[in-house]
Design a binder for this molecule. Structure first.
Ligand SMILES: [Zn+2]
Length: 399
């Protein structure tokens, strides 16, 4: 068998999985293993029975003190984690939850179905916030210059909205899914380093605050939905957040199978990866992950292959083979992104060139066109719906 090499010779990779040193906040141990590999080893040695007891205590306490109010807020995208969280909270622990969604406005058809199906299956009260389309498009443009990817709206909108709802409804407990040790590498299972406060998500995803996004075209009024309530307001309600993944063993593959087989959660084709469950709710991950690749030389396939290598589902060579195929692909969603932002292709690549890390400055990135059309239509489902109905006849008219 041909040995598959990492894409770039100039950078160091984890000795166990396929993650490069260009990953944000990665730290290799003395054996050359990355933060996520270290976390996955910690995960095996954790006493999950004890952790579950801690969770039960937190949830029981929330129920005991909520009175006639909701027991907790469940931030929902409709992804497989949302579905699993909803199952755990309502079915296993009997919590009365308020579902809260910040609509990033790029829902795929599958994603929109999954969200509606979740609300239906678990019978959940739901609040959704939808920023106007013009603002979403402006922010998509601004985001590239400001943070080097397409998705500032989604990094900043959901946490702000969840805090706003916690304060408005006076619900202290917020329950997220996957542990930060798994999804960001910025925290660890052993000693949770990051304190939960109003800046938690800002530190976690390391992105810019709303007031750093202002310009002559994006005003303070426009950005109200992204303003996090004051520390005093948050303290008054006693808001605090947890990740279920710190209390129950988190296994993406098994959770996906579980919600798919029991509750009709649907996978779909997602650009730039071989897995069909991560970010299934959105039509833009292709662009998000492509910008990561242009900056740091790795994308979604590197993440996914590394998870599979850690879990023994792939060899490291097989991982690099998948990475070579998917991480270098130009996503179909780039066309939509250029349309809504008004950037030309040259401008897009010019901006991304400036964001490229020094370590890969002189590398040939080997980007290539996709060889097939994505199975899921790469256009927000709501835009598809509007087009369809704007062009349809009055149903009372025959033919
Ligand atoms: Zn690793």
């Amino acid at each position: 068998m041909k040995i598959q090499k990492p894409l770039f010779e100039s950078i160091k990779y984890c000795t166990r999985c396929c993650m490069p040193e260009t990953q944000e906040s990665v730290q290799f141990d003395e054996l050359g293993k990355c933060t996520a590999c270290q976390a996955s080893e910690q995960k095996i040695h954790i006493n999950w029975v004890e952790r579950e007891k801690e969770l039960r205590k937190i949830l029981e306490n929330a129920k005991a003190t909520s009175g006639g109010n909701y027991d907790c807020i469940l931030p929902l995208s409709g992804g497989k984690d949302s579905m699993f969280q909803a199952y755990v909270l309502t079915h296993v622990y009997g919590m009365k939850v308020l579902g809260v969604t910040f609509n990033h406005s790029w829902y795929s058809e599958t994603g929109w179905y999954n969200l509606q199906n979740l609300l239906d299956v678990f019978n959940i009260d739901h609040v959704i916030f939808t920023p106007n389309r013009k603002l979403v498009n402006k922010l998509a443009r601004k985001s590239l210059e400001a943070i080097g990817d397409s998705c500032w709206t989604c990094h900043s909108g959901p946490p702000a909205f969840v805090f706003r709802m916690a304060v408005a409804y006076k619900i202290p407990l917020l329950v997220w899914g996957e542990s930060a040790a798994d999804f960001s590498g910025k925290d660890s299972y052993k000693n949770q380093k990051l304190k939960f406060d109003r800046d938690y998500w800002l530190k976690m995803s390391g992105k810019k605050r709303w007031d750093e996004i202002l310009d002559e075209d994006i005003t303070e009024k426009d950005l109200q939905p992204f303003v996090i309530p004051s520390a005093e307001e948050i303290e008054k309600v006693g808001v605090f957040g947890i990740h279920l993944g710190n209390y129950i063993f988190w296994d993406d593959e098994r959770h996906t199978e579980f919600v798919r087989d029991n509750f009709n959660w649907k996978e779909t084709e997602i650009e730039k990866t071989y897995k069909g469950y991560k970010s299934a709710e959105c039509m833009m991950p292709g662009v998000h992950d492509f910008t990561c690749f242009l900056k740091r030389g790795y994308g979604r396939a590197s993440w996914h292959a590394s998870i599979d290598v850690r879990n023994g589902l792939l060899s490291r060579d097989e991982g690099f083979e998948l990475i070579n195929k998917y991480d270098t692909e130009i996503p179909e969603a780039l066309e939509y992104y250029l349309k809504i932002t008004g950037y030309t292709e040259d401008e897009f690549y010019e901006i991304m060139k400036k964001k490229r890390m020094d370590k890969i400055k002189n590398e040939d990135l080997k980007i290539k066109n996709k060889t097939h059309k994505n199975a899921e239509v790469i256009k927000p489902y709501v835009e598809q719906l509007l087009e369809k109905h704007r062009n349809r006849k009055d149903p009372r008219e025959k033919n």
